[in-house]
Design a protein around this ligand. Sequence first.
Ligand SMILES: CC(C)(COP(=O)(O)OP(=O)(O)OC[C@H]1O[C@@H](n2cnc3c(N)ncnc32)[C@H](O)[C@@H]1OP(=O)(O)O)[C@@H](O)C(=O)NCCC(=O)NCCS
Length: 170
Amino acid sequence: MHKIELLAKTHDRDGFDCGSEPLNLFLKQTARQHAERGISRTFVLVDEAATPPKPIVGFFSLNICQIKAESLTPQEAKKLPRDVAGVRLGRLAVAKTYQRQGIGKTLLVAAMGKFIEIFNSAGGIGLFVDAKDQDAKRYYEQFGFVSLPSNELELFLPVRTIHEALASLG
Ligand SMILES: CC(C)(COP(=O)(O)OP(=O)(O)OC[C@H]1O[C@@H](n2cnc3c(N)ncnc32)[C@H](O)[C@@H]1OP(=O)(O)O)[C@@H](O)C(=O)NCCC(=O)NCCS
């Protein structure tokens, strides 16, 4: 049984390999420092029954972000103040041996759940993500993320889509 936990010393960061060295290095070298300094939070998916150091199946990072309403589509920007807050999905990765088994989707759904917790206590217009390439962009689009007009590799998932997605999952 898989479980999402806040990244901690008990997790095997060194053993993680998603095939992208910058993402591996972020997990190994940066994620915990960022958490301590309040820059971002990283959550990992692990096997509930694993003993420390627990192998990491996948992870994602979130941070609060501020964006200019003018960078959204005119329809989304309507009635918003000039500067608005959102949550950025800074990183998302699944270990190579677990890719294409729905783990990425599980992590995205968990990130949406975390967004709703933030939304309920502090607001936020939705989730933002920087896709690292066209493949990643296509990956996010299947979950309803839409490209920003100014940069097609920066995508936005509005709060209403997140509510709908979570409601459809029960
Ligand atoms: C991209 C990544 C997070 C996807 O996770 P995953 O667990 O392999 O993906 P899932 O099993 O949840 O895939 C869900 C759907 O997306 C599709 N998909 C998977 N990887 C994809 C990709 N790279 N591009 C486009 N579609 C993809 C699958 O076909 C699947 O659809 P299906 O179930 O209808 O067949 C993972 O492959 C990964 O970590 N890659 C390396 C790092 C990376 O590129 N991260 C993105 C950062 S911008």
